[in-house]
Design a protein around this ligand. Structure first.
Ligand SMILES: Nc1ncnc2c1ncn2[C@@H]1O[C@H](COP(=O)(O)OP(=O)(O)O)[C@@H](O)[C@H]1O
Ligand SMILES: [Mg+2]
Length: 287
């Protein structure tokens, strides 16, 4: 039994050491305050994890302006999550630059940078407390119940209201008393409640059924109409209507453009469409 636990303990230890090894200076920001994001630019960005031999992102460039929606598609391991974590500065780029409103993101205070991004991680993280404390995530007492209820509705997390204690329902450690899809929706509500100027959503719909996903996507697009949005997904149907789609493979940007453009020009994109039996319309129809 003990032998079986050794590899797990080793993996945990590696991760702990990795965190302890992070050069603190690297993750400190400048003192510029970021107010609203008008323009985001990746300029020739390359990145290699500290413990890795090869680059997880190679020379990635794109521009996104206020109001624009960017979809990112690519198979597992293509660098989608890496791109998101560079943007919120969990790591810093090795080459190139990420610019917001024309300034390097390192020039902004880390707090104001992260305050400007509603980031929904691939793996939802709920913490012990209540649904409410998980969504508002702040000791701030000036919260609004209406905004909270709105956020839960937009996120298709209205199942919460049917519970006896409603928004006061208990969340146990890691949210184990909720299903995968419920956890995803509560963590999406957290980002919606935060209502930052950039929505960064990493493959967060995987546990949802088609209909719920579609409704949620529509509500999110509506909510973020005048903001920037980056939606990462392995499914073409989630992003085919976006202004721009960025196609990644093994850390390389194969192409960027509309669905029609990529369909026309990128073999890899056509293969994704074929493998998903998706031709471009909403095959699930209007409800
Ligand atoms: N913490 C990490 N340390 C080392 N390599 C990593 C780490 N996270 C991801 N990678 C590697 O970086 C590449 C891109 O991973 P990721 O960005 O998670 O891809 P995706 O989100 O598209 O599935 C993969 O080869 C993956 O193995
Ligand atoms: Mg990922």
């Amino acid at each position: 039994m003990i032998i079986a636990q050794i590899p797990r303990a080793q993996a945990s230890l590696d991760r702990i050491n990795e965190i302890l090894d992070i050069d603190e200076e690297k993750t400190v920001g400048g003192d510029l305050i970021l107010d609203e994001i008008e323009k985001l630019e990746f300029k020739d960005v390359s990145f290699k994890y500290p413990n890795s031999q090869s680059y997880s992102l190679k020379n990635v460039s794109f521009v996104l302006n206020k109001g624009e929606k960017l979809g990112i598609i690519g198979s597992t391991g293509s660098g989608k999550t890496t791109l998101a974590s560079l943007l919120v500065r969990f790591y810093d780029v090795d080459k190139g630059q990420i610019l917001i409103n024309g300034r390097d993101i390192k020039d902004y205070s880390l707090k104001s940078l992260r305050d400007s991004i509603s980031y929904i991680e691939q793996k939802p993280r709920l913490i012990e407390g209540t649904v409410k404390s998980n969504v508002i995530m702040s000791s701030d007492t000036s919260f609004s119940d209406n905004a909270l209820i709105d956020a839960l509705n937009i996120s298709q997390a209205d199942f919460v209201f049917e519970k006896e204690l409603g928004i006061g329902s208990e969340v146990v450690q890691r949210g184990r008393n909720f299903s995968g899809g419920q956890k995803q929706r509560i963590s999406i509500a957290r980002a919606v409640y935060k209502d930052a100027s950039l929505f960064l959503i990493d493959d967060s719909f995987s546990a949802l059924d088609f209909k719920t996903e579609r409704k949620l996507r529509e509500e999110l697009l509506n909510k973020a109409a005048d903001k920037l949005m980056i939606l990462i997904s392995q499914r073409a149907r989630a992003i085919f209507e976006f202004d721009k789609i960025l196609l990644l493979k093994n850390g390389e940007l194969l192409g960027i453009g509309s669905h029609e453009y990529l369909k026309e020009n990128e073999e890899e994109y056509r293969e994704i469409l074929e493998s998903q039996d998706f031709s471009g319309g909403d095959i699930y129809g209007a409800q």
